[in-house]
Ligand binder design. Structure first.
Ligand SMILES: NC(=O)c1ccc[n+]([C@@H]2O[C@H](COP(=O)([O-])OP(=O)(O)OC[C@H]3O[C@@H](n4cnc5c(N)ncnc54)[C@H](OP(=O)(O)O)[C@@H]3O)[C@@H](O)[C@H]2O)c1
Length: 204
């Protein structure tokens, strides 16, 4: 069973690639491997031609703490649009395309990972908050559209509300909850088995 992992070169993507490889043949997607697949998805689709794809995980975007949004100039959102929203939209498109090209009988489940910034306004990570909130609506819209059109794909979001173990970009306070990569892998496994479930899932 093939699982496509968008963002396989990132912190969460690397961990999930290793953990999910017990059950899935994980095809890791990064720009180093496939070029800018968000603009030119052809090479990625060619590499997956004829493969039966069970699901996809989008671990895209990343984290930083920097200047407040209002201090970043009048076009403060431009830089993160590509990494934090357009990449997710492209991943949804690729998953829908892969689902259309196969005849599995059950929908391909696409899971977009998100974080706390999409719920709470994070000072210094404002663009990530803005696009995190927009990502939720992207998944809701794509899921509603897919259902309405009877597409063989289901779109899900899994929000991870605490720092993930081992990511040194996080400033983790003593005693603060840290999510283990194994917990994320467990949720992903469960979501992949439930194509009829709810669009939203949270790991607190
Ligand atoms: N790390 C945490 O502690 C944590 C906590 C909670 C939630 N999360 C969630 O987990 C997800 C992944 O986070 P992460 O920490 O693993 O991120 P990360 O380590 O920064 O990796 C980001 C990934 O996104 C890809 N990417 C960046 N810009 C791109 C673009 N313009 N086009 C295509 N791909 C692009 C990168 O791939 P390339 O190799 O192609 O650059 C990279 O693999 C996010 O949704 C985040 O909210 C993470």
């Amino acid at each position: 069973m093939v699982l496509v992992l968008f963002g396989a070169s990132g912190h969460v993507g690397r961990a999930l690639t290793e953990l999910l490889s017990d059950r899935y043949e994980v095809v890791g997607v990064s720009r180093a491997e496939y070029g800018d697949w968000t603009a030119e998805p052809g090479p990625l689709l060619d590499a997956l031609a004829g493969r039966e794809v069970h699901g996809a995980v989008a671990a895209l975007g990343g984290w930083f703490v920097g200047a407040p949004l209002l201090d970043a100039g009048p076009r403060s959102l431009d830089h993160e649009y590509g990494s934090h929203l357009a990449s997710h939209a492209a991943a949804c498109w690729v998953s829908r395309e892969l689902a259309r090209r196969q005849d599995r009988g059950t929908p391909l489940v696409h899971i977009a990972l998100g974080g706390i910034a999409g719920i709470e306004p994070c000072v210094g990570s404002g663009a990530i908050s803005v696009f995190g909130a927009a990502q939720e609506m992207l998944i809701r819209v794509t899921e509603a559209e897919a259902r309405a059109a009877g597409e063989p794909v289901a779109f899900r979001e899994l929000k991870i509300l605490a720092p993930v173990r081992g990511d040194e970009r996080n400033d983790v306070a003593a005693g603060q909850r840290v999510v283990e990569p194994e917990e994320i892998a467990g949720r992903v496994r469960a979501l992949l088995q439930e194509p009829g479930g709810d669009w939203s899932s949270v790991l607190e």
